[in-house]
Design a protein around this ligand. Structure first.
Ligand code: DC
Length: 224
């Protein structure tokens, strides 16, 4: 039986949070929930339906029509928006460019946090995001806060992005990450901050295997 252990992983964009979270979920047989995918799916719905983010009544009404579900076969994120699989579409530029504005809205955050807390009931889960250890699960047994040198993060992200957008430069990727960091850490609603009890994991010079071993060593005592 699950003990309802919650592992909260927060940190900056492109720090490898989801890579670590998936590997850890696989190793420990936990459920992995990518909270960023939820904000992305809401953003997709808002874009498709031309929701005016400044019109709070419109935002509130639209949110009532957004039904999100995850199905996880292989520890990859498969997210359904009103029963439609949107896992690939939420990673494309239109969503990436608009998601931080949507994620800054109070009503959106209230609704997402409500759904995230429901998903964490009576299960062993790993959730990654920006406010998981501070707002969503302040009582999580394990909280990790991931960070890495901004140049290293930009290099990693560049290697992924160049495959889909061959004209992009490393400088552009660096700037876009810096912009997202700024937005995520300075917004009024649930800014990205480290919960004071969160364990810092700086992975600038760590391999994925080293990160996994470190994170697993923090969770395993709770499984005994
Ligand atoms: O982790 P990601 O890049 O897929 O997140 C997409 C956006 O959603 C990013 O701008 C930060 C925001 N986000 C958030 O505000 N709170 C979360 N718990 C997860 C993501």
């Amino acid at each position: 039986m699950d003990k309802n252990i919650v592992v909260a992983i927060d940190g900056y964009s492109s720090c490898g949070k989801s890579t670590l979270a998936k590997a850890l979920a696989k190793k420990l047989h936990f459920i992995y929930i990518d909270s960023g995918a939820m904000y992305r799916a809401v953003t997709l719905y808002f874009l498709r339906n031309n929701i005016d983010l400044k019109d709070s009544a419109q935002v509130a009404a639209a949110l009532k029509n957004v039904h999100l579900n995850f199905h996880s076969r292989d520890y990859q994120t498969h997210i359904l928006l009103n029963d439609e699989e949107v896992s690939d579409e939420i990673r494309l530029m239109p969503v990436s460019e608009n998601v931080s504005n949507v994620a800054a809205l109070h009503d959106v955050r209230i609704e997402m946090v409500r759904q995230q807390q429901r998903m964490g009931k009576s299960k062993n889960i790993i959730m990654d995001g920006r406010d998981i250890g501070t707002v969503v699960f302040p009582h999580a047994q394990v909280k990790l806060f991931m960070t890495a040198d901004p140049n290293v993060r930009a290099q990693r992200r560049y290697k992924e992005v160049i495959l889909k957008e061959p004209h992009i430069t490393l400088e552009e990727v660096f700037e876009s990450l810096a912009h997202r960091d700024y937005q995520d850490t300075t917004r009024a609603e649930s800014p990205l901050i480290r919960a004071h009890e969160a364990i810092i994991l700086d992975n600038t010079n760590l391999t994925p295997e080293e990160q996994l071993a470190f994170a697993a060593s923090k969770v395993e005592p709770f499984l005994k």
